[in-house]
Design a protein around this ligand. Structure first.
Ligand code: ZN
Length: 319
């Protein structure tokens, strides 16, 4: 069984990240119209300076004739979020700590109190992939965003499960190595410290891999992927290790809540089978209980639009 968002008119969707603030109008069929973007003033000291870009995004959207059909607002944000309080404290936006984003958006003259639903960015991506993407039709799904960090969200029994404060499914910060390195979150041996793009590049460098001269100083996961494709064994091992960590995390989640599908997106997934191949291979070693063996592994389908489409999905189902 699966429930999907339904409704008429448009949702004004806003996606707040550490580098950009995006907006768009999403129709009831899940199509994204008139996408606009502003840079995030992540280094600003004044919370209002950051919010001014959100206000600009809304003003740009409100100039669209379809704005007359907007009857609700969905806001997805980098976390942590608190959907009960309506506040966000994005790690990479230092001026915003417990920033009352829902109240501030509702006070914008163009929005004037319209129902406004907040979600974390990984939960929004999950809602998007379940509505229109790779998790469509699956009742129990884990959707992961593997980029500079590892975010994730859950669909349980056909519904997105944000949890009480909106942070459920925070897979990047489960411990996969009891004695692993300290994580900025305060814990130790977190999945994110092995499987994120940042971690893939850092590990490869620590093992002696160096970007080729013509790729410059860039040691991102994309450069490691390029080296792995060219036959570099350290680079390939970095992806194998990340795939193994993701496999362990997915298997643990499947063992905990029973999953039909795991969907993976984010920048690291541009490496395709370099990460998915090892992930599938290692999954057979970790997903061993009978009810975990048949989990389907899929690549995400919605790319960078998932944040906006997902924010709209949350507004349609939770609002
Ligand atoms: Zn952590």
């Amino acid at each position: 069984m699966s429930t999907s968002p339904s409704g008429a008119g448009y949702v004004a969707a806003i996606d707040i990240g550490g580098t950009k603030i995006a907006g768009g109008l999403v129709s009831a069929d899940g199509a994204l119209h008139n996408k606009v973007e502003r840079p995030t003033r992540a280094g600003a000291e004044d919370p209002d300076e950051v919010f001014a870009e959100v206000a600009d995004v809304v003003a740009l959207l409100a100039a669209d004739p379809r704005w007359a059909g907007v009857d609700r607002v969905g806001v997805g944000s980098a976390g942590p979020v608190d959907i009960t309080a309506g506040t966000v404290s994005p790690v990479n936006i230092r001026a915003w700590r417990d920033f009352p984003i829902v109240q501030r958006v509702q006070r914008l003259p163009q929005i004037a109190g319209l129902p406004t639903v907040l979600g974390g960015d990984a939960v929004a991506m999950t809602a998007a992939e379940h509505w229109r993407g790779a998790a469509r039709g699956f009742a129990n799904a884990l959707c992961l965003v593997v980029s500079t960090g590892v975010g994730a969200g859950l669909v349980l029994n056909g519904r997105v499960y944000p949890g009480p404060t909106g942070n459920s499914g925070h897979l990047g910060h489960i411990t996969i190595n009891l004695d692993g390195e300290l994580c900025p979150c305060g814990s130790r041996g977190c999945l994110e410290r092995v499987a994120s793009g940042t971690a893939i590049a850092a590990w490869a460098k620590a093992q002696g891999w160096r970007p080729s001269a013509d790729s410059g100083p860039d040691a991102s996961a994309a450069a490691v992927a390029e080296a792995a494709r060219a036959g570099d064994s350290i680079a390939a091992a970095a992806f194998d290790r990340a795939g193994r960590a993701l496999a362990a995390g997915i298997a643990a989640t499947a063992t905990l809540v029973e999953l039909d599908v795991a969907v993976l997106g984010g920048g690291v997934l541009r490496s395709g089978e370099l990460i998915l191949g090892p992930l599938r291979r290692h999954l057979t070693a970790y997903a061993t209980m009978p009810f975990t063996r048949d989990i389907v592994i899929r690549a995400a389908e919605l790319g960078t639009d998932a944040g906006l489409i997902g924010a709209a999905a949350l507004a349609l189902t939770e609002g």
